[in-house]
Design a protein around this ligand. Structure first.
Ligand SMILES: [Zn+2]
Length: 250
């Protein structure tokens, strides 16, 4: 029997939501990005509810490579490589889950200078040793450029350098070049996306909303934004609301 499957009727098993987090910590006074903080207890509830809904967690690169494989998968991503990802990692691991962290390679072991320049509080970033330990525990490390550059506002030469040098730095640290990339500020255009593919990244995401399937452009995978005020019911609503946004509807 021939069964025709339209894009509209793809089951959940062939579509993947990618959740976007920044900082897993209680919100400190004085931050300019209060909604970037998701309290650890709230994050733990998110992880538990995804487990109860039957989702297995995977890394971004595996989700991309296995997009046609049967199963119900979710990707937890964390932008910027904050030291407080260590708390998130423990919570994920206690449910048998993993995360994908996008690090700013010029600031590994340093602080979020790009945020502080805009008046934000100081947040320590993961060190080389912590990154190596996380990879050994199954988490994925991707690139978020060398300096958290807004790639659409720098020269092509500089954008290429941000993409290549961060890739080289992670290859040197991890033994393999990173396969995943995340656009700082979600800023990309066709030229930047072309460079990302040319430099050798397999999959890249920004802040465009929606789920992903086999037709999603690999240089603009979509995500579901999780904020400090995203309670578990709100997460559930966002997931299913965004599941209707498709790659062709950009
Ligand atoms: Zn960022």
């Amino acid at each position: 029997m021939i069964r025709f499957t339209s894009r509209r009727s793809l089951p959940v098993s062939e579509r993947v939501p990618v959740l976007m987090y920044h900082r897993i910590a209680c919100r400190p006074p004085g931050t300019t990005v209060p909604m970037h903080y998701v309290a650890p207890k709230r994050f733990e509830n998110h992880v538990k509810v995804m487990g109860r809904l039957g989702f297995e967690s995977t890394t971004l690169i595996r989700a991309f490579q296995e997009i046609d494989k049967p199963g119900k998968r979710v990707v937890f991503t964390f932008d910027d490589g904050y030291g407080n990802f260590l708390a998130a990692a423990r919570i994920l691991e206690s449910s048998g889950m993993v995360g994908t962290v996008f690090v700013v390679t010029g600031q590994v072991g340093g602080v979020n200078e790009w945020d502080m320049g805009q008046g934000d509080v100081r947040e320590p970033l993961l060190t080389q040793e912590e990154i190596l330990a996380l990879v050994a525990r199954g988490h994925e490390i991707g690139s978020h450029t060398v300096s958290h550059a807004r790639l659409t506002e720098v020269s092509e030469e500089e954008a290429r350098r941000e993409l290549e040098d961060s890739r080289r730095a992670l290859a040197h640290l991890l033994g393999n070049p990173p396969a995943s990339f995340c656009y700082p500020y979600g800023a990309h255009d066709s030229k930047v996306r072309g460079l990302v593919a040319e430099v050798g990244y397999s999959v890249a995401c920004g802040t465009e909303k929606g789920w992903n399937d086999r037709w999603t452009d690999r240089t603009r995978w979509r995500r579901v934004n999780v904020r400090g005020d995203t309670t578990t019911p709100v997460l559930f609503w966002k997931l299913w609301n965004k599941s209707r946004s498709r790659a062709t509807e950009a």
